[in-house]
Design a protein around this ligand. Sequence first.
Ligand SMILES: [Cu+2]
Length: 134
Amino acid sequence: MGIRRRVVAATFLPVVAGLSWPMIGSPAALAQQATCTANGTALTIGADDKKFDKDCLAAPAEQAFTIEFDNRDLARGHNVAIYDTANGNKNLFKGDVIRGPSKTTYSVPAQAAGTYEFVCDPHAEDMRGTFIVG
Ligand SMILES: [Cu+2]
């Protein structure tokens, strides 16, 4: 429901700014459409060529979980952070940036059910996806 409200609000932006919808919305709009279902508390994701290899991650509600992050991007720093973008972009978790190629496992505290976004902070424009807790 929060996502729908955001998309509707975003459709007014091109009118105001005089820009076309695809220029503003494509990457985020695509990410918002992704859906997935939690399957345990050990999540994995990788990064290659300044892109995440998944567009959706899911974790069960009210349970701590881990995210194993495999940054395969040579000499490029990435992280995984989780934001409640529907509610003021509140940061729910921020993993340390690691320089590829390397791996880390983030320990994330329990989260309330909801639909959020995961983001690489240094490349927030290009590297983001849907994060479902529930
Ligand atoms: Cu990045």
